[in-house]
Design a protein around this ligand. Structure first.
Ligand code: NAD
Ligand code: ZN
Length: 379
């Protein structure tokens, strides 16, 4: 089969690879019909996630058709169209039992933080991902959901990660009616977080990024304010001023570690931080949230040595909530929002390309070219 293949930082290519096989009675093999590239994939692509091995296939946002099932699989049958949450979850461990499907112990027993994730390095269990014609899906009775007849498949593929993650970012913010919510990052996740913030009753939503086309996009899509941090003299001061020197009620980090560190350089006098992953947005979030406010982090930090002003977190009594999204827990609610028109996931898809063009697709998304927001690969 054809599959995306990681060759090292900034190098991916399409390659022939052996077909995945059932390895466990609870596995299914899925023929992929749509597979997105995520901002999280960029951290792998940029070489920022430990133990990303050459030869692995990325891709944790995919839908497809069940091709084969293991002998113990009961909830799926061959031919079903399924959406597959990015978390690989056993459904039975102590974490899954609490709805923490992103922290499943069984799918990645070696790790202390994250559960298994499709196509996300050996740190996340070493599973091959769905930027391929076929993918092996472990614990097939737990994660995959048969796509309801009335759900558009473009919406479905975005429900595997982007929508639940953006939504959970807002949920973790514990937004109260009328709150001012500041979202750092106008990528797919920040866009969806901004959109979701209104669903929790926000009174004002502000998005910060430095890519003009994305700021324009989010303004329209999420009906919010959007500012370019390069044209603000001081981001923290700007947020303080615009909130009557109180600070934002909720700040959301939807940035994560950045390869180029280009955002990092905007923190003057803190050159030291350049060696770490890009923690700029986190600084801004912590420093511009009000006292007693909430910082909600969904940005992924690959390297472990990000320096953060943790003392300020303590002194300001900020609540930081962070996690991998618990897709399965949120899906029923989100599908209702899509059905009733409150969320329009497919509205963020800007690129639809054959899997064979995966190398170009990564370059375009990584370099933020061609007004790219979200790319769907079609195997
Ligand atoms: P993306 O790369 O498309 O978007 C990130 C955006 O942040 C870009 O537009 C970039 O210009 C902007 N940015 C960079 N530095 C900034 C700064 N200092 N302030 C404000 N904006 C800044 O990625 P995405 O797909 O939107 O994903 C965003 C983050 O969410 C990534 O770190 C990704 O790994 C993470 N993520 C987390 C989960 C989860 O479950 N927790 C799931 C999916 C994605
Ligand atoms: Zn993703």
């Amino acid at each position: 089969m054809l599959a995306m293949n990681y060759r090292g930082p900034f190098r991916v290519r399409i390659q022939q690879k052996a077909m995945p096989e059932i390895q466990h009675p609870q596995d299914a093999i899925v023929r992929v019909t749509r597979s997105c590239i995520c901002g999280s994939d960029l951290h792998l692509y940029h070489g920022l996630v430990p133990d990303t091995r050459v030869g692995t296939t990325f891709g944790h946002e995919f839908i497809g058709v069940v091709e084969e099932i293991g002998t113990e699989v009961q909830n799926l049958k061959v031919g079903d169209s399924v959406l597959v949450p990015f978390n690989i979850a056993c459904g039975k461990c102590v974490f899954c039992q609490q709805g923490l499907y992103g922290n499943c112990h069984e799918s990645n027993p070696q790790a202390t933080a994250v559960g298994g994730i499709f196509g996300y390095s050996h740190t996340a269990g070493g599973f091959d991902g769905g930027q391929a014609q076929y993918v092996r899906v472990p614990f097939a009775d737990v994660g995959p959901m048969v796509i309801p007849e009335d759900l558009d498949h473009d919406d479905a593929v975005l429900l595997t990660d982007v929508v639940p993650t953006g939504y959970q970012a807002a949920e973790m913010g514990a937004i109260k009616p009328g709150d001012t919510v500041v979202v750092f990052g106008a990528g797919p996740i920040g866009i969806m977080a901004a959109k979701s913030a209104w669903l929790f009753g926000a009174g004002r939503v502000i998005v910060i990024d430095h890519i003009e086309y994305r700021l324009e996009f989010v303004k329209q899509y999420a009906q919010c304010e959007a500012y370019n941090f390069r044209s603000l003299e001081d981001v923290v001061l700007f947020i303080k001023k615009t909130t009557g020197y109180i600070g934002a009620d909720v700040c959301i980090d939807a940035v994560g570690c950045e390869a180029a560190g280009n955002a990092m350089q905007t923190i003057t006098g803190r050159k030291l931080l350049l060696q770490a992953g890009s923690a700029t947005a986190l600084h801004w979030a912590i420093n511009s949230v009000k006292k007693g406010g909430v910082v909600s982090i969904v940005g992924v930090y690959g390297p472990t040595d990000n320096l953060v002003p943790i003392g300020n977190v303590v002194n300001k009594g900020i609540t930081i909530r962070a996690n991998q999204a618990s897709v399965k827990r949120l899906l029923p609610r989100l599908i209702e929002h899509v059905r009733e028109g409150r969320l329009n996931p497919k509205g963020i898809i800007t690129h639809r390309v054959p899997l064979e063009e995966v190398a170009d697709a990564y370059h375009i998304f990584s370099a933020k070219l061609d007004n790219c927001i979200k790319t769907v690969l079609i195997p």
